[in-house]
Structure formats: C-alpha cells, structure tokens
Design a protein. Structure first.
Length: 317
C-alpha cells in the first residue's frame, strides 16, 4: 500500500460528545492522501464505539485502543506508527476547515521547512470566534523560541505541519512524559537543534475552548505540579539567554499556587534561583506583593480579589 502524504494523529479520551465532529473534519479534507491515527487512551464512554464506526467506514482511519497512558505517550506512539511524509496532531474536541491539509502540504513542499505554521481560530462559548495570526518578521530559531516563551507564538502542535523525520532527527520523542505543555517543549527542542520554520498567513484550525478541565478553572495540587514539571522541561532548551522568561514562569506558577492555597510561603520561595532576591526583578512584582501577603495569612479569597483588580486596571491602561 502506498504511504500517505500526511499522517494526522489524534488523541481520544472520553470525548464522545465531540469526536464525531473532529473525525468528520479530517474526512472532509480536500487533500485525500492522508491517514488518521486515532489513539483511544482508555476511554470509559462511547468514544471507542464512535471511533470504530468511522474506522470501519473509511480505511484511512486507524483505530488504536490502549490502556490510559497519558498524552505524551499517545503523541509518541502516534509518531511511531505514522507513515506519512508529514505529521500533524489534532485534538478530539477541535475541528479544521477542509483546505487545511492541502494548503499546508503545498506550502511545506514549496519552502522545504521542517515546521510549517498556520494561523488559527479559537471558538468561545456563545459563538464568538477569534482569529490568531502567527506572523513574525524573522525565522531565526532564537527569536522564535522567545516568541514561544512569551506566548506570541502558540505552543500547540495542531497548527503545525511537521516533517515526520524531524521527530527522529531532532530527538523530539516526548520522553519528558508531560501531561501539560508537551507540545511546546517538543517545538522548543526542535528549534534548539536547528529545525527550520515557515509561516502561512491563513487559518484553518479551530481550537474550541472548554475550560471545565483546565488547570486554572479548578486549581488543584496535581494541576500545579503538572505546570511546574512543564517549566522544568522547558528550561534546558531556553538556556541562559532566556533565563528571565523561565524565572517569570516560575513566579507565575508559584504565585498562582500561593493565592489558591496550593503552596505555602516556604515552598513559594524554595522554587527558583538560589535566593528570593530574583523575585523583585520581575516586571510587575511589586503590585502583587499585597496579594502575596494576604495569601501567606491564608486569606486566599482576598488575595485573588486583589489580583483580579490588578488585571482589570492593566487592561484599561
């Protein structure tokens, strides 16, 4: 059997409500030389039945069922099974317009880049759709790493078509076993080892907001620990050049944990460079000091109210 031009990898876990739409958005692609590898990661709802039904109807869809292993293992296994010249990852609660694979493949072949990046959309509750341009004046890997760290460039894999051999050439194997931020670490790893990038000024992928399971909507110690592991995984690829960015992320994570009662004052100061003197050097640190004081007194609701007030004032400026 001839190998497909594009392998689409999709993780699926208890996503019966949205999986059908995600699968159909791949089935409707105008680029027909694709394979869709869907890995059911131990779902307990009707996800396996929906997946098997689509796989039986279209031989290009490969249904893989496994015990729950986590998103990094799903990503790794998907790349390992892929046969296409290019790979892209989709999420099972999102969807893409029909020209995505054809246009991105044509652009990737024209430029010869390892990573082709497209604009994307975010779909919000209530029907609002927001466009997110991914446009930069430079293709320099150092500048793009900085753009990832300060969130000007989105860190997800779902708007990036990547040469399959780039995963092996740059040893981007999801070996960190993260459950948060694994995509961004993979891109940083590729950039640090010389991957080339091109940008398309058109959007196709719709990222659908569903905050019910986000790390910020229902803060837990597990969610906090996941974020800390992600920051630690970013650090080797950021290097000394972007030490300040990593320190800022450390502060944000620890501060979030502090005002939600997930960490105490001792742990807050223990994570980061050797001394708490690094904190005042961060932009905006002083305006959050009252919230830190309230949190150390376990007045968490008041600490969070202070932060919300600061955010509202910042948006007005």
């Amino acid at each position: 059997m001839k190998a497909p031009e594009v392998s689409v990898i999709m993780a699926a876990h208890n996503c019966g409500a949205t999986l059908g739409r995600a699968l159909e958005s791949v089935e409707r692609q105008t680029q027909t030389s694709w394979e869709l590898i869907v890995i059911d990661d131990g779902s307990g709802d009707d996800t396996p039945a929906i997946l098997d039904r689509h796989a039986q109807a279209d031989p290009r869809i490969r249904a893989i069922h496994q015990e729950n292993a986590g998103i990094s293992e799903v990503r790794r296994r998907g790349v390992e099974l892929a046969r296409g010249e290019y790979v892209i990852h989709f999420d099972s609660d999102d969807y893409a317009t029909s020209g995505m694979l054809a246009d991105m493949l044509a652009h990737a072949r024209h430029t010869g880049a390892d990573i082709t990046v497209a604009d994307f959309f975010s779909d919000h509750p209530g029907g609002r759709i927001e466009t997110h341009p991914q446009r930069f004046d430079t293709l320099d890997a150092i500048a793009l790493t900085e753009a990832l760290l300060d969130r000007r460039m989105h860190g997800a894999l779902w708007n990036k078509l990547i040469r399959r051999d780039a995963y092996s050439r740059f040893r981007a194997d999801f070996s960190e076993n993260l459950t948060f931020g694994e995509d961004m670490v993979t891109i940083m790893k590729m950039l640090s080892k010389g991957a080339t990038v091109s940008f398309m000024h058109k959007g196709y992928y719709h990222y659908c907001y569903n905050n019910t399971n986000s790390l910020t909507s229902s803060p837990t110690r597990d969610g906090y620990d996941r974020r800390v592991r992600w920051i630690e995984a970013c650090e080797p690829y950021a290097g000394e050049r972007f030490r300040r960015h990593i320190d800022a992320k450390r502060f944000n994570a620890k501060f979030f944990g502090l005002i939600h009662g997930l960490v105490d004052r001792k742990e807050f100061y223990s994570y980061g460079p050797n001394s708490p003197r690094w904190l005042p050097s961060l932009v905006g640190f002083r305006k959050y000091q009252p919230a830190m004081a309230l949190a150390t007194l376990r007045l968490y609701p008041l600490a969070r109210l202070w932060c919300k007030a600061i955010h509202r004032l910042s948006r007005r400026q």
